[in-house]
Design a protein around this ligand. Structure first.
Ligand code: MF3
Ligand code: CO
Ligand code: CO
Length: 289
């Protein structure tokens, strides 16, 4: 039951790798140290968008299935099994499994874990929060989302962090419009987060997604102007996935597993993520169940 004396997370035991039926196509990077460089476009045709939409919907349904199982006493590995089984039952490959050697099918990031928490035998406790991040690979396309869930009864501060992080993501998404620069997204997110004294993690960002899991297009969640001035164009697909800290801090550490990112202050942190497509007027969210 991994927690230290202060109640902070410590690494648990990671279960054996889950199988994916051989009939489900794998992304090219599985079994390799890193993905191939992507030199394709971040804009997609309507037919390609249909495929991204299918991947995104299955990913969202898998998050919903895991979220419905969140309760005190369940382990993050139990949750991973639910997400994994949902994906493979719907002919989707869990994009995170084998991505740069990542050992599990989902990310389950508890409390001070900012992102990339590896599912293990950590039991969820009443009052925790858990962020569940799933990416599905379907018909050659990835769809990627994250949602934050309260475990049992959480403090009002924790509940507000969850809700305001969701609102921050939505404000970032609502700032999207063709002709604007990519940096408008982070400006909207950061200005909202600052009202509450929350910190915005800078080194983990949104990204182009579709044919590639991470296309190379970077979407900051802070106000990066005059940098990140790439124009937003219709048909572009990318994620918006802010990570906010409750204490305003932005420093982080990585565990020896080389994945788990935690706030250096060990303060609570929340994340939400959607995959969106840029339309003629704004953005449409693809990662809906
Ligand atoms: N889904 C995460 C993202 O939003 C990436 C997780 S990669 C993993 O970009 F290897 F940690 F799973
Ligand atoms: Co993402
Ligand atoms: Co994600």
């Amino acid at each position: 039951m991994p927690r230290d004396a202060d109640g902070h997370l410590v690494p648990g035991r990671i279960s054996a790798r889950r199988d994916v039926p051989i009939g489900i196509p794998r992304p090219e990077y599985v079994g390799k140290a890193e993905p191939a460089a992507y030199d394709g476009d971040d804009r997609y045709s309507p037919l390609e968008l249909e495929r991204i939409r299918r991947a995104s919907r299955i990913a969202a349904q898998a998050v919903e299935a895991m979220g419905a199982a969140v309760r005190p006493g369940i382990t993050t590995d139990d949750l991973d099994a639910i997400g994994h089984d949902y994906l493979v039952a719907h002919d989707a490959y869990p994009s995170e499994l084998g991505y740069r050697g990542y050992p599990k099918s989902t990310c389950t990031s508890v409390n001070e874990v900012i992102c990339h928490g590896i599912p293990d035998d950590t039991e969820l406790f009443d009052g925790d929060i858990v962020k569940i991040d799933i990416t599905a690979y379907v018909e050659g396309m990835h769809g990627d989302l994250c949602a934050a869930f309260p475990v049992g009864e959480v403090s009002q501060d924790a509940a507000l962090l969850i809700d305001r992080t969701h609102e921050a993501m939505m404000r970032g998404i609502r700032a999207i419009a063709p002709g604007r620069q990519v940096n408008v997204i982070g400006r909207a997110i950061e200005s909202y987060a600052k009202r509450f004294g929350y910190g915005v993690v800078r080194e983990y960002t949104g990204h182009g997604v579709g044919t590639a899991f991470h296309s190379g297009l970077v979407i900051p969640h802070y106000d990066a102007a005059p940098g990140y001035d790439a124009p937003i164009e219709p048909g572009m697909v990318f994620t918006v996935e802010p990570m906010l800290t409750i204490d305003g801090s932005t420093a982080w550490d990585i565990w020896d597993d080389d994945w788990t990112v935690v706030t250096r202050s060990r303060a609570l942190t929340a994340q939400w993520e959607h995959t969106i497509v840029v339309t003629e007027r704004g953005a449409e969210i693809l990662t809906r169940p």
